[in-house]
Structures are given as structure tokens and as C-alpha cells.
Design a protein around this ligand. Sequence first.
Ligand code: XMP
Length: 530
Amino acid sequence: TILILDFGSQYSHLITRRCRELNVYAELMPCTTKISDLHFKPKGIILSGSPYSVYDDDAPHADPAIYTLGVPILGICYGLQEMAYHNKGKIAQCNHREYGFAQVEVSKIGEGSSSSVDALFEGLGDMQVWMSHGDQLSEMPPNFHIIGRTQSAPYAAIAHDSKPFYGIQFHPEVTHSPRGKEVIGRFVLNICGCRTNWTMEEFIGKEIARIRDICGPKGRVIGAVSGGVDSTVAAKLMHEAIGDRFHAIMVDNGVLRLNEAKQVNEMLNKDLGVNLTVVDASDLFLSRLEGVEDPEKKRKIIGNTFINVFEEEAAKIEAAAEAEEKKGAEAKGRVEWLLQGTLYPDVIESISFKGPSATIKTHHNVGGLLADMKLKLIEPLRELFKDEVRALGRLLSIPAPLVQRHPFPGPGLAIRILGPVTREQVKILQQADSIYIEEIRNANLYNQISQAFAVLLPVKAVGVMGDKRTYEQVIALRAVQSEDFMTADWYVFPPEVLRRISSRITNEVSGVNRVTYDISSKPPSTVEWL
Ligand code: XMP
């Protein structure tokens, strides 16, 4: 395992991802972690970047014990400065913040020094890298030497003369540093000697064994499925581990995509064999949403109603389990666990040393479930990034279109209908959305886009159809590309695809006479309109 200490950089999780892409298990922990509290011995440590300056009063510093553990350490950006600071070097503010591409020269520097110097950049040569920093090293710490420089950073990469300590000012973890992953590879594979045993094939076996172990021979697990990748993969994994002792529940909240509940039922239940109940609660949801426009209210109503319906269904499963238990023999036990498809980014967010970041929208829709139900939580995906979940899904024979599916928000179409939510409005949006996605798939563009959806605007515009004036609603189309949805850019469609989508929506969806395309990036906009 590689331990990555997070000093609050926006790129910290990317370091973890790059290690895992190299099939090396890496865990991100707050920089305040005490080495004596670790539940494992790392084979190497990486110090992340940070928005702080090392001399700030409230600057975060690592436990000095990391330097006596006897394992290799790589400091990235602030991590380099932190390493230099600890080892009595000097750091100074740059005259101007350096932000962007730089060429780092590594080839002509290491000559004559120890062989460990070459290890970090072995075989890589001079390379283009991404810089983003306000401070830089101004005086080398004793017993360190330079192993790389750029035009504006004479100490862009340094190494200890005899210990395996390295620091680099640039960011190898971002894709703007094309050979950055190789630098990380040199560190974790060659210098730390990590084994490449983090694969989804190995994960499945271990995780199924772990689930069986914690669930024991009796006892049931319930979990909600939505038709999205995470809940489907989690459900299938539970089914592989404990068969019919896992009960999946899908709540049709009336604001799903066209035919969603039916399709999920067919795929999960019929094709994948998961024990699934679909509850049609659309009347209840839509009646509670009546007249509500405020997005946060919509989210709250949907979240709370979901909990009500889910609990009711869970109670039915529990009652049936109790009845079975009374009959004796083949009893599978009572409902003891709640499955959640929590992913690693959520875990990271909640362990950050700065505390969870400011809430712009309340995304976590089922937060209240656990406290009420007295169930223990089981989270088989909590170590995984999204792309790892997708790889896992493929190995579990989940159909490719589902594995590649764009995310869909818990409050569903309710936050894409900007006005009040009614059955009619839902129907219009479902049809428009379905045409949009179908045409994106026909044009073979689905996998290039991170998320695409239609939005129904609460305004009417004038149009003409045949000889008649129409006065109908407007659909806005949104498609974005994004790494992690923290930032996103709008997708540039070939014009003929947009033309076809617009023409089909205005012709086929009654109530809509105009289609627009959203060309806003995040920030300053968000992905969803509400
Ligand atoms: P925003 O609009 O915040 O969206 O830029 C970023 C990502 O989060 C999804 N999203 C939600 N997901 N419940 C969810 O489960 C929500 O209330 C919610 N709001 C936004 C959004 O679809 C995008 O993928």
C-alpha cells in the first residue's frame, strides 16, 4: 500500500487514482494522520499539494515520524516544500504564480551523483509537465541535490543524497503532465517496490469473501437500486456473495427516465438474477411535489418520501423474514444490514482534514435512512473510484451500456423540470430526453460525453406549425465533459446531430416548439440547472 497524505490540494485524489491505475493499492488520508495510528505499514508515502504556504500559521504539517519509518517519500508541489521545510531548506514566494506548462530538464543533471537520483526519472528524459504553485524552494535543504529544473524553477526536482526522499515541484498526477504517470510509476514500482496486485479480478474474490464473513451464515441485507452503475454493481456483488439473502428495492418515484423502472427490473431481476422488488410510488411522490418550485424543497421532499417508501418495503421484507423464521428450517435470518453504494470520493470528502466542503446542492439523498432503521451499513464499493466500479461491473457481466451509463441524480427529472412537477411535464421531459439520448447513441457519441440530459423550461415561446401559431414550452439540451463533475465543460456537438435532435423533439414531443443548447461551463454554472 502507498499512503498518500492529503494537504488539501484539488488534485490529491488523482494521485491515488494514478497509483491504482498502475495496479498498486493506494490510500488517501488526511495529512494530520499519526503514523502510530495507521492500521498498515505503507511501502511508500506521497505528500500531496496544498493551497497553503509552509510558513502560514495554520499550515498543515505531516507527522515527523514519516521520515524515520525507513520508507521512500515523494513530495509533490507543497509536498516538496513540506519535505524541504522539515529538512531545513528555505521556501520563498515566487514573483508571480507559476501556472501552466513547463519543460523540466532532468537529463544533464544527475551526472556524477548517486544512482538513486536517476530512479525517479529513469528512462524518461526531459519532459513537459504541469505547474501550479505560488511558492517554491529557494534554498536546498542540506544533504539534498537537484535532479530536475525548469526555466523558472531551479529546484523543480530534488532528491536526498542517501535516503529515498524525492520532491517535485510539478504535478505528475494531472493529465497535463503526459509522462507524469510514469514518474509516479518509477516511484511506486521501482523505488518503493510495490506489487501490482490491485486488480478488479482480485478485488471481487476478496470482497465477496469479506461480505460473506461480515454477514455471517444468516441475516439479510436490503438495498436500494436506481438503475445507475453504482447501485447495480453493488447489488450484483451482494447477490454473488449471499444470493437471495440480499433484497434489492427499486422505488419508482414518478420522475425517472422513460421506461426506467421496467428496464431495471428486466435487467437486474431477469438477466442478473437479483432478488428485486419494484415499488410504484409515483402517485405519492407527485402529490407531495405538487406546486413546489424551489429545488432544495424538491430534493427534500423526494429524499424524505423515498425514506418513507423504502422503510415500508423493508418492513414487509422483515415481516416475511420473521414469518419464515417461525416456520424454522431454512430460515435466512432477519434484516440486519443496509447496502449503500458509497464510492471512494465520498469517503475522501468526509475524511478531509478541512472537513467536508461547502454544500452547494444537497446531493446525498438517503442520508437519513440509517439512523431510523437501526441497520448496520455495508458499503462494498467504498474503496473504489468510478472507473474501478465500471471495470468491476464488466467483470460481473453487467451489460456494457449500463456500465458506461451517465450519472442520473437521485431527485431525477424533478430537478430538470424547472417549474412545478406534474405528470404532463414529466411526460414531455421523458420523451425529449429519450430522443436526445437515443440520437447521441446513434451518433456514437455517448461514451465521449460525461453526462447528457434535457431540461424543461417553465416558459412558453411562439412557434409556427403548418399555418398555425403555436405557443409552447422550450427544451434546453445539456451535455458536458468532466473528469469528476467538480468542473465541467460543455460538449461541442457536430451540428448535424444537434439539427436532428432538435427536429425530432419539436416534431415528436407535443407541447414543445423550441430547442436550445446550453453552452455554459462549470464553474460558473453547475451541471444541472437546479
Ligand atoms: P452539479 O449540478 O452540482 O452536478 O454541477 C454535479 C453532478 O451531481 C449530480 N447531481 C445530483 N446527484 N442528487 C444526486 O444524486 C442530487 O440532488 C444531484 N444534484 C446534482 C449531477 O447530475 C452531476 O452529475
